[in-house]
Design a binder for this molecule. Structure first.
Ligand code: WT7
Length: 654
């Protein structure tokens, strides 16, 4: 996030109260009510969650202990038996929701499908039976590499139904990135499609799966392929199976497996400060409850709402707030395959108009792109069905907030700015729209049951409006349980950065923040070597590893620089091997190489060749200086730790 954005956040002082008309019908309709819930949860967290778990979810068997906390390892609803697919589907079938649209899907070319709860249930049962037939058992891991089509959600729910853990890999990741995730998860099956539509082109997903497996993923025994784009693809006999063929054979009766509350539900890989992504582990009962409650209260969901989250199911936002949270609540969730593109800049607003969307949830980067495309696109559509807006992914700059409020929300819709992470499973800081006055740029206050604070490196709370580290002080139901197969990394990354204080463990989120005079949180962005590109997390080390895997590159240092639409953009400093000459062609080749190694989101906006990098005497790259250079700013900060000051002159001139 750029300095100027931070400046304008600091200057923006307006407060927006929940419109009375909205508050009148909201589940939580005043700050007094919010405070009551918050206090209740604070006094007796286990009791608070236990009561909700009982009331809101179906359990095959009640749990014993609500929370078993052996820091930093938590178990929620110990020995309880539950199935999230059952909670998302079966339990709605005996109610009026049976024939209510569960999933409304719009394809990029303009095709569409609506699945009622009964229909979605049937499809999930069929896919569950199909993957069982392919040898998948409770406890196995399944890779899902899909476009945004209903089968992506169906595949997740089918895995959950039989107790297999899914690991969804975003369809924009490359074959190389897919390989390392499938390897780490030791996936037995991959569910994919021939391709997906993205910006009027086919993304050849099945080809990437073939490449990934050929690169070395010996655990994969079968590939289940959904037909979407219908181009010719290679099918390996014995290993590859068409979904539509298996579907015709299997039964649609598949009772949900009784899972232990702490059984693995999914692994989702996310970037960290090393080159190797972390497999974030989420389990069943606590995740189900927390995504259910946050969806219910933050979106103030009503029976006839049509809810649309524009994320991809490949990210946590898609998991928690396209699939599990909405369906567990019996809501109607919209899924859209496309992205705004020059040929169709108003496509999002067409979807809102066509399906009379009432709740719309997107990212600041998308909002900034809409601003650039021009007000005429939303203005030309009927957006009066909207009653609530949401944002996630990065701090929202007040200009974008105000535009969103005015042009999309018609000044009548509250905006919920939700701060959370892959690791937290669900919203941590968020307004409750009928209660919380909002301030543009602030994610406001903790969700009931969440104890958040801003502290220094010693774990001491910092003063009002002072910058510090954002921490969570008490375990919550959907917290990540560990890094897959790496408890040690889990402990180091999240629980030791700020040492336990008086025996109390603090969860370190990796974000900087401050709390204002009203206790409102202002998240400032990552404080580690993780970038935020279009609301997606990307490690500087990951891009560096990708670059040095190219034979021409001797060393690379990656930073981000401010970008008007993406928030941040990748900027790489590269030292070439002696034998290679710098050229524009080589720059292009290296950019392409990063796309091949990671995916298009990691493509550097700029590559700069250099002979040396600023380093400390112990050899650590000083990224701070590189960030200044990338942003075209004066170098700020202490240079006394530098090994060779002439490097800076060189870079300044270069
Ligand atoms: C990081 C988590 C959680 C879904 C999307 C990204 C940043 C997320 C906000 C917000 C300020 C935000 C943080 C966080 N972030 N939401 N509302 N305000 N920053 O998930 O890939 O796990 O990234 O995104 O830096 O740590 P993720």
């Amino acid at each position: 996030m750029s300095e100027s954005n931070i400046e304008s956040i600091l200057q923006e002082k307006r407060v927006f109260n929940p419109p009375q008309k909205f508050a009148d019908h909201a589940a939580v309709r005043s700050m007094t009510e919010y405070q009551k819930l918050y206090n209740l949860a604070e006094q007796d967290p286990a009791g608070f969650w236990a009561k909700l778990a009982e009331k809101e979810l179906h359990w095959f068997k009640r749990w014993g202990k609500t929370l078993d906390w052996q820091p930093p390892f938590a178990k929620w609803f110990v020995n309880g038996k539950i199935n999230i697919s059952y909670n998302c589907l079966d339990r709605h079938l005996t109610t009026q929701r049976r024939d209510k649209p569960a999933l409304i899907w719009e394809g990029e070319p303009g095709d569409s499908r609506i699945l009622t709860y009964a229909q979605l249930h049937q499809e999930v049962c069929q896919m569950a039976n199909a993957i069982k037939q392919l040898g998948v058992k409770k406890g196995d891991r399944v890779g899902i590499y899909m476009p945004m089509i209903p089968e992506a959600a169906i595949a997740m729910l089918a895995c959950a139904r039989i107790g297999a853990a899914h690991s969804v890999v975003f369809g924009g990741f490359s074959a190389e990135a897919l390989k390392s995730r499938l390897q780490d998860a030791e996936a037995k099956l991959v569910i994919t499609a021939d391709g997906g539509w993205r910006k009027d082109k086919i993304v050849p997903l099945k080809d990437a799966v073939d490449q990934a497996i050929a690169l070395d993923v010996p655990t994969v025994q079968n590939v289940l392929v959904v037909q979407r784009t219908q181009q010719e693809i290679a099918m390996q006999p014995g290993r590859d199976h068409w979904w539509h063929e298996l579907k015709a054979e299997v039964s649609s009766n598949c009772p949900a497996e009784q899972m232990d509350s702490e059984d693995l539900l999914f692994i989702l890989y996310t970037s960290g400060t090393t080159g190797k992504p972390k497999g974030v582990v989420h389990t069943t009962g606590g995740y189900n409850l927390y995504t259910h409650m946050t969806f219910k209260w933050t979106f103030d969901i009503k029976e006839d709402d049509v809810y649309w989250c524009t994320a991809d199911v490949g990210w946590i936002t898609g998991h928690s707030y396209i699939v599990y949270g909405p369906l567990s609540n019996g809501a109607t969730t919209v899924m859209y395959e496309g992205a705004p593109r020059p040929s169709n800049p108003g496509c999002f607003w067409d979807v809102v108009e066509k399906y009379q969307v009432t709740i719309f949830y997107t990212a600041p980067t998308a909002i900034r792109a809409f601003i650039k495309m021009g007000d005429e696109h939303p203005n030309r559509r009927e957006l009066s069905s909207l009653r609530l807006l949401g944002t996630v992914g990065e701090p929202i700059n007040p200009e974008a907030w105000i535009w969103y409020h005015r042009v999309i929300g018609g000044e009548r819709c509250p905006i919920v700015d939700t701060w959370w992470q892959t690791e937290t499973g669900g919203f941590m800081l968020t307004p409750l729209p009928g209660a919380t006055p909002t301030k543009p740029g602030s994610a406001t206050l903790p969700f009931p049951g969440i104890v958040a604070d801003v502290v220094d490196l010693g774990g001491n709370p910092v003063g009002e409006n002072q910058g510090g580290y954002l921490v969570i002080k008490h375990p919550w139901p959907s917290m990540m349980r560990t890094v897959y197969k790496d408890d040690d990394r889990f402990r180091r990354t999240y629980w030791e950065h700020i040492p336990p204080k008086d025996g109390k463990y603090l969860y370190f989120a990796g974000d900087g923040a401050r709390k204002d005079e009203d206790g409102y949180f202002w998240v400032m962005g990552r404080v580690d070597d993780v970038m935020n590109i279009s609301g997606h997390r990307l490690g500087t080390m990951e891009v560096e590893s990708a670059l040095v895997s190219h034979p021409a590159v001797a060393e690379a240092a990656v930073v981000s620089r401010p970008d008007e639409v993406k928030g941040e953009d990748v900027y790489a400093f590269v030292i070439l091997n002696g034998t290679h000459a710098s050229s524009d062609e080589l720059k292009q080749e290296l950019k392409q190489h990063v796309v091949k190694e990671i995916g298009a989101i990691a493509r550097p906006g700029e590559i700069r060749f250099t002979d040396a990098l600023p380093k400390t005497r112990s050899g650590k790259i000083i990224r701070r200086f590189l960030r200044n250079l990338a942003a075209g700013e004066e170098l700020v900060g202490d240079v006394s730790t530098m090994e060779d000051l002439s490097v800076l002159d060189q870079l300044r001139q270069g």
